[in-house]
Design a protein around this ligand. Structure first.
Ligand code: SF4
Length: 268
């Protein structure tokens, strides 16, 4: 500038000193935390959730950790939650999935219309069956969502991973229904998560090592057939396994009757 200015303009630079401006980009987590005042971490007790929670350790004082207890959790999950609670305070939200199953029916991955609540009024069926997503919504998602609203939360942090969805409904940074979401481990694989927990000696439920594909939420669940829970129940909880098999046989029988109508119709 000095070279560019004419002689009679040099006084403009009086007192000016060379300065270097340095800009540091905030990472996604810091930026998201900076945008919100009421932040919730939704902790399930599963391995993804635990990894995401400890990954954000430096933010623990800026967020509330919530855990939804359906009243029918595996002892393994309960133990993880209790272990984590020794490190960070956890706010528990309670629902009663057993009562909800009695009211709306056993959860299933296939639902015969005659056994749905409304269908049973027409068909007279005694066994009621509901879809797994309906059951999870009633026992898990709605109570959690209601609490988030009541507590004025605007940022939801979860240990959600992309590879658990054909197409993730939301990705980190998206907003829906008045909430922004933050998924710190969304691009991790299941193996990444397990390695992270093992390396740091963090709690992880034993069912992962026994071949269960996802953390089973409720012991009395009759849905999520792709989790691989039957073998685990048979080996570790034989009494629960016997009840599970009886309920699964009832569901199979009811589905079979509905499928029977489909076969009859297609033969004509
Ligand atoms: S895991 Fe099963 S029993 Fe538990 S809320 Fe979901 S569908 Fe219902």
């Amino acid at each position: 500038m000095k070279d560019l200015l004419p002689e009679d303009g040099q006084h403009l630079l009086h007192g000016v000193v060379p300065t270097i401006w340095s800009f540091t980009a905030l990472d996604d987590v810091a930026a998201a935390f900076g945008r919100h005042g009421r932040i919730a971490f939704q902790f399930s007790g599963g391995r993804d959730s635990t990894a995401a929670l400890y990954l954000l350790r430096r933010y623990w004082d800026q967020m509330t950790v919530y855990h939804l207890d359906t009243g029918d959790q595996f002892p393994e999950t309960r133990a993880v939650v209790e272990a984590v609670e020794r490190d960070v305070p956890i706010v528990r939200i309670h629902s009663d999935v057993a009562s909800l199953r009695n009211l709306h029916g056993m959860p299933s991955d296939v639902v015969p219309v005659d056994n749905q609540e409304f269908g049973a009024l027409v068909s007279g069926k005694v066994i009621k069956i509901q879809g797994r997503y309906d059951c999870c919504a009633r026992a898990l998602m709605f109570p959690m969502h209601d609490r988030m609203r009541a507590d004025g939360i605007t940022l939801l942090v979860r240990g959600q991973r992309d590879d658990e969805y054909a197409s993730p409904p939301l990705r980190s940074g998206d907003a829906a229904g008045g909430f922004e979401v933050l998924y710190p481990v969304q691009s991790w694989t299941g193996a990444d998560v397990s390695a992270y927990l093992v390396e740091r000696g963090l709690p992880i439920a034993q069912f992962y090592a026994k071949g269960v594909r996802r953390a089973p939420e409720c012991m009395g669940c009759t849905a999520w057939w792709d989790e691989g829970r039957a073998r685990y129940l048979r080996e570790h909880y034989p009494e629960h396994h016997a009840v599970y098999m009886r309920r699964m046989a009832d569901i199979k029988n009811e589905i079979g009757q509905q499928i029977g109508w489909l076969h009859t119709e297609m033969e004509n």
